[in-house]
Structure formats: structure tokens, C-alpha cells
Design a protein around this ligand. Structure first.
Ligand code: SF4
Length: 454
């Protein structure tokens, strides 16, 4: 796995429920072309299972699938025309598959959300079937497994057997990562860069990381300029715009004033995400605000003369290393392990990146990542109304500050600590597996059911 898979440029509000489903719909249509079914399709039926069935409407999975059927991808889809496109499909009861072939399409009948049925491999399952009149031509099951990653049913076993490209410094857990860094006298960022060179040249890697940073900055700037109410029906007011107006006009000697700015950056990103705008999965959309908030704090408040681009690159390489450990040994899907797998993982990644910037040793970086996750263990996913708004937006701000604190705590120690990062990753995964389904992106428990409309 490349760390660039953890930082995908996409759209809100969810990497597993919006980005993944859009890619799946596009991949399926392209496959029907390759198999020579495309010209015979007269109907397409899409069924969403498990968490996708429960929170698919709030997470805009239906919209994402339609955009994918039309041939769009999350990185390039025009976010300004989505409403108009959906309205048009509803009015005409038709859809132009891959923008080439028009067929009858009823959102109500052809896009089915199963609230209580699950497919076997993962809670986010999608089955797509094509027909010629009433005859079924072809059907395939896919899974959106978190962070915008997707897998088809026939790739599951392949994935297990696959002979991956050998990496110069392969590692399967944090202990091995640190051992390889020590043995080869590399920082975590340097080791990851060497591994990434298996996929891309050094220039290409740096360009990709700086492009990710550019999108993060644009996202924060757009969030700061955007006022009003978030879509979805909860009528949640956006806060970043007004907060920014206040902060930029406030003079203060309060040494903790930077906290307001970290909160602000996170709110800006997550309000953009909740509005279906362009964000970077870091490592998911629901948790997209934490890494940009900490990185904006570093660049805007702490970097003086250093090369800002190198600071960003080292931060993302280090944070990415930690993300890979969670992806490999646990899960980054809220539907799989609750919010500890999204906000918890992003917090852990950001703490590692922050510690790296502060000049931490590799042991202190591992400690920072561990502290950050240790205090997110058990965090449930219970978004009100199935929307990625409450508690998600504010939770990103809280986690960004927790990441900064975890890094600072680790810096004040010598790197030796009781619970290893590997242990906390395993604990997170086991806790997630023990968690009842109602706390895993189904909106059937927690805040989602105890919220009373005033
Ligand atoms: S509660 Fe956490 S995991 Fe669930 S939708 Fe919100 S951010 Fe994502």
C-alpha cells in the first residue's frame, strides 16, 4: 500500500459512503463495456447493504452512485452542478450511462437501500445488476472498505494471495517499522519515501504530496468564506465563516489563542465536507479536518524560515506511515470499527506528523501516535440523521487539539512507554469488532437516537 492511497482527493461527505460508491458505480459501468454488455443494457439496479443501506441517504451514497453511473470520479466531478444533475434525472426518469447511453432510470425503484441486510465481507456492500428488458445480463458485488478504497467480491481472495511489489523496507507493524529505521539510520519519513519510490519517482511523490496540501489549503479557504446552513435538513449553521471574521479582528495576549485557530481550520474543512465539496480523505472524509488543521497550525504559526514544502512533505510521510499501520492491522472504516477508526486514526496520524515537525525521535513519534489513539479508544459512530455533521464536525476540532497535545506529551518523555502503538492498534480493532452495530455508522444508537429536536 502506498500512503497516497490514504490521502485521496475526493468529495464530501463520506469516503466510504460517497467516494467509494461513486468509484464502484463507474468501475461497474466500465466493466460492462469491457464485457460487451453495455449496448444491451435497458435497466440497471443498485442495491446498498448494511451501513450503506442505513445511512446512505444522509451520506449522499445515492447521489454518489448516480454520479458514478454518469461516468464521474470523485477527484474531478464538478461539485457545483450536482444538484442540477440529480434534478434532471428525477424529472426525466432517465440516466446517460458513462455519458454515452441513455436508459430509463427511477431513483425510487432502481436504487434500493436495504436497512437490515448485510453482505458477508464488509458492512458497506453494493450489488449492481444490469438487465436487457427483464433478462438479467450480469451482476457483481463490491465493497467500500473505508477511506475511498473499494474491492470487488472476486478481488477479495486475490488480495490475500497477491504477490505485491517488494518494498526496500517492508514492515508489518510499528515494532518492525522502528527496527528498520534504527538499523538503516532513517527517519520514518525517509523510510516511507524510499518505499514510495517503488511506485513513483521522488519528484512525482513530492508533487503528489504538495498537490494534496494544495487541495487541503483550498478546502480551508473555501470553508472560511462559506456562510449559511449545512445541507441535509438538520439546519446546522456553518460556524467557520463567523468565527474567522471574529478571530482575524481580535487582538489578544491569551497564549492559548492558537487553539481557536486549530478549531477553525478543522471546522472549515468539515463544513466543506458536509456540504459535498472537494476534500482530501485523511484518511477518511468524516475525519478529513484533523490533519489539515494541525498542518495549517504548523505552517501558519510555527514555521519561520524553514522550507515550508519540506515540512509538509515530512509531515505527510510520517502521518502516512502511521495510517498504513492502521489500515494493515485494523480498519479505517467507521462502519467496521466505529469512529475510533476514522477520527481516532486521523488523530494518531496527525500526532505523529506534529511530533516529527517538533523534532521527535522515532520512539517519541510512535509514542505520540499511541497516546492519540489510546484516548480515542471506544469512540462510537452515531451521526445524527445519518449526516456527517453532528458530532463529526466538532469532533474533528477536538481531535486536532488532542493530536497536538499527544505530540507535546511525547516530546516531554524519552520515547519509552507502557503501551506500544501495536498494542493500541490491536485494542482499537478488537474494541471495534466487539462494538454493537448500532454504534457503527448505522445511526441506530447513541447521539443519533437521543437527539431531541427543539
Ligand atoms: S461519527 Fe465519526 S465515523 Fe461516524 S460519520 Fe461522523 S466522523 Fe465518520
Amino acid at each position: 500500500m502506498s500512503i497516497l492511497n490514504l490521502f485521496k482527493i475526493g468529495i464530501g461527505p463520506s469516503s466510504s459512503h460517497t467516494v467509494g460508491p461513486m468509484i464502484i458505480a463507474k468501475n461497474f459501468c466500465t466493466l460492462t463495456k469491457e464485457l460487451n454488455y453495455f449496448q444491451d443494457i435497458t435497466r440497471i439496479k443498485i442495491e446498498l447493504y448494511g451501513s450503506l443501506g442505513s445511512t446512505g441517504i444522509g451520506h449522499q451514497s445515492d447521489v454518489a452512485i448516480i454520479l458514478g453511473l454518469l461516468g464521474n470520479l470523485p477527484k474531478t466531478v464538478d461539485t457545483d452542478n450536482i444538484e442540477e444533475t440529480i434534478k434532471n434525472i428525477k424529472t426525466t426518469s432517465s440516466i446517460k450511462l458513462l455519458n454515452e447511453q441513455t436508459i430509463h432510470f427511477s431513483i425510487k425503484e432502481d436504487l434500493v437501500l436495504h436497512q437490515k441486510k448485510y453482505l458477508p465481507y464488509h458492512p458497506n456492500g453494493i450489488k449492481l445488476t444490469i438487465y436487457n428488458k427483464n433478462k438479467e445480463l450480469f451482476s457483481k458485488v463490491y465493497y467500500s472498505i473505508g477511506g475511498g478504497e473499494v474491492i470487488s467480491e472476486d478481488e477479495i481472495d486475490l488480495e490475500k494471495k497477491e504477490n505485491k511489489k517488494p518494498l526496500p523496507y517492508d514492515f508489518s507493524n510499528a515494532k518492525e517499522l522502528l527496527e528498520k529505521c534504527r538499523k538503516n539510520k532513517l527517519t520514518i519519513a525517509e523510510l516511507i519515501l524510499e518505499n514510495e519510490k517503488v511506485y513513483k519517482t521522488e519528484n512525482e511523490i513530492e508533487e503528489s504530496l504538495l498537490e494534496i496540501w494544495q487541495v487541503m489549503q483550498t478546502c480551508v479557504n473555501n470553508g472560511l468564506k462559506s456562510d449559511g446552513i449545512l445541507p441535509g435538513g438538520l439546519k446546522v449553521p456553518k460556524r467557520a465563516f463567523k468565527m474567522h471574521e471574529k478571530l482575524k479582528n481580535t487582538r489578544t495576549i491569551d497564549p492559548l489563542a492558537f487553539v481557536d485557530w486549530i478549531n477553525l481550520y478543522a471546522l472549515a474543512v468539515n463544513e466543506e465536507n458536509a456540504s459535498g465539496k472537494r476534500v482530501v480523505t485523511a484518511p477518511t472524509n468524516g475525519a478529513a479536518g484533523i490533519i489539515p488543521a494541525v498542518l495549517h497550525y504548523i505552517i501558519n504559526f510555527l514555521v519561520k524560515k524553514e522550507n515550508k514544502e519540506q515540512v509538509v512533505i515530512n509531515f505527510l510521510l510520517t502521518a502516512g506511515a502511521i495510517g498504513l499501520l492502521y489500515q494493515r492491522n485494523a480498519s479505517i472504516s467507521g462502519a467496521d470499527v466505529g469512529c475510533q477508526g476514522e477520527v481516532g486514526v486521523a488523530c494518531s496520524m496527525a500526532a505523529a506528523g506534529m511530533a516529527e515537525f517538533l523534532g521527535a525521535s522515532i520512539e517519541q513519534i510512535e509514542n505520540a501516535a499511541e497516546i492519540a489513539m489510546e484516548h480515542n479508544l471506544g469512540l462510537t459512530c452515531d451521526p445524527i440523521g445519518g449526516l456527517v455533521q453532528i458530532p463529526c464536525i466538532e469532533r474533528n476540532a477536538m481531535a486536532a487539539m488532542k493530536a497536538v497535545n499527544a505530540a507535546r506529551m511525547a516530546l516531554n518523555e524519552d520515547g519509552k512507554h507502557y503501551v506500544s502503538l501495536d498494542s493500541v492498534i490491536k485494542t482499537m480493532y478488537d474494541t471495534g469488532k466487539d462494538m454493537q452495530n448500532k454504534y457503527k455508522e448505522t445511526s441506530k444508537g447513541g447521539l443519533a437516537v437521543h437527539y431531541v429536536e427543539c
